[in-house]
Design a protein around this ligand. Sequence first.
Ligand SMILES: [Zn+2]
Length: 475
Amino acid sequence: MEYDVVIGLEVHAELKTNTKCFCSCKNESGVEPNTNCCPVCIGLPGALPVLNKKAVEQTIRAGLALGFDINRTAVFERKNYFYPDLAKAYQISQLVKPICIKGHLRVGEKDIPIDRIHLEEDAGKLVHSNDGNTLIDYNRGGVPLIELVTDALQEPHIETADEAIEFLEKLRQIYIYAGVADCLIEKGQMRADVNVSLKPKGSPIYGTKVEMKNIMGFKSVYRAIQYEIERQKDILDDGGKVEQETRKWDDDKGINFTLRTKENSQDYRYFPDPDLLAVNISEAEIDKIKSTMPRLPDELKKIYTEEYGLSEYDADVLLQFKHVSDYYNECVELYRQPKTVCNWITTEIMARIKTETGAGPILIDKTDLVWLMKNVDDKKINRLSAKDVLSKIWGTQLHAEQEAKRLNLIIDIDNNALDNIIKNVVDNNATVVQQYLTENDPKILNYLVGQVMKETKGKANAGDVMAKIKEIVNK
Ligand SMILES: [Zn+2]
């Protein structure tokens, strides 16, 4: 039988703020366990939460970047459940009135509807040690987290693992560009829950949803979805019934298994947090955030392709990492040759910063790269020499111009001197010239150019030299 697949995503991202969501503890990772904690974020009785305004602002910013409406009044609720990493036995979250409602994200030709983004606090982290003990680190407890939920009840749906990954990658890029989150996957700063259901092709009735929670990494999300679609197909093809449940994805084994039968929101006994007032968000606040919204990937892509004439492919390469596109924009400001700048960055710079997990910092000042590009274009330095200088100054305090001068690479040979050298080379290589004239082989011409370059110690422009040789021998 043929089926329609409906995939829903719930994506958590840790917000970039200085402090936690409801206390003044630092929001930072990679520090000594249980050092960024206070009575509020470990939930000591009587401790009172105070809402971090910056977290609300960042949530609004995320919403605006995805075309959401912003609720003028948002409410915080307690989501009650017990787990060792949640010391106060409830999480402050939002159910009825989240900050952002109804947005969308474009995936291929589809505008995927998103139901909401709400603000909540993260839980701590369980660390399983080698000796079989479990330790708890509450540093992450109380870190502001936004949860985005796609609206799988509305068309169009995410229907394949590929579309799900494209959605996640685009979302990640938008969050990073908007400055709301760093989304370092390996640090768990972005995590996805996935739900999958199948229905007979064309049927208006939705199938039973199966959820897989907290899948780390997009590759795992991809595999988990593929697996779950096949698992449900097999059940339905055999005339069976899919159980509504939460299943755990085991990435090592490449399978999933029942974790628990699905809980409803009633099971969490949500109620408004009596310690927190409703948040009123004014038009003026929203406008202020709008006016400081950085340029997002889609907007930049339009500029790169339509205004600068770059190919889609090159634009995507530049946009893949925000610091690369920032650097590109800055270089273009200094040197209005968008294609040249693009060529240098997508080849020379990318080759030097690409790592297995992403991209490292760019270790050459933009003014130095611009100097090199400009002087290659002005034929003041050869491309190869320029690449040499780039290698020499990369990651150092050296500057392009000084280094090019120190290495004696600047083309300062005057035209008369160059003409003489070329004439000498042509005269001294009469047989070769004759051979070139009969065979018209570019390799022979290159040999002659090479001789001139040797004489000038590489300080002539090879293109010009070639043109001049042609001119002389064809006379
Ligand atoms: Zn705290």
